[in-house]
Design a binder for this molecule. Sequence first.
Ligand SMILES: N[C@@H](CCC(=O)N[C@@H](CS)C(=O)NCC(=O)O)C(=O)O
Length: 80
Amino acid sequence: MSLTFYYAPMSTASITEAVLAELGTPCDRVKLDISAGDTRKPDFLKVNPNGRVPAIAYRGAQRDRSTESKGGSRRLSQNS
Ligand SMILES: N[C@@H](CCC(=O)N[C@@H](CS)C(=O)NCC(=O)O)C(=O)O
C-alpha cells in the first residue's frame, strides 16, 4: 500500500477519514493515542513535525494538512 493515514479517534482526522472512505482510497491506517503522547513520539514527528493528525504519508514522502491550513509552506519531503 502506498498511502499511510495517521489518525486518532474523535479528532479532526475523522473528516479526512470520511473523505478517504467516501473516495474508496486504499491506505494503511495507523491509529494514534493523543492522550498517551503518540503524536509527540519521534517516529510520528518524522512523518509530521507539527505532531498533529491527520497526516498522510505516500511512499515515504509526507504532506501534512496542518501546515497547509495554517498558511505555512507546503511540505513534501522524503523520509526514507
Ligand atoms: N487544523 C488542523 C488541526 C489538527 C489538530 O489540531 N489535530 C489535533 C487533534 S484534533 C492533534 O493532532 N493534536 C495532537 C497534539 O496536540 O499532540 C488540521 O485539521 O489540519
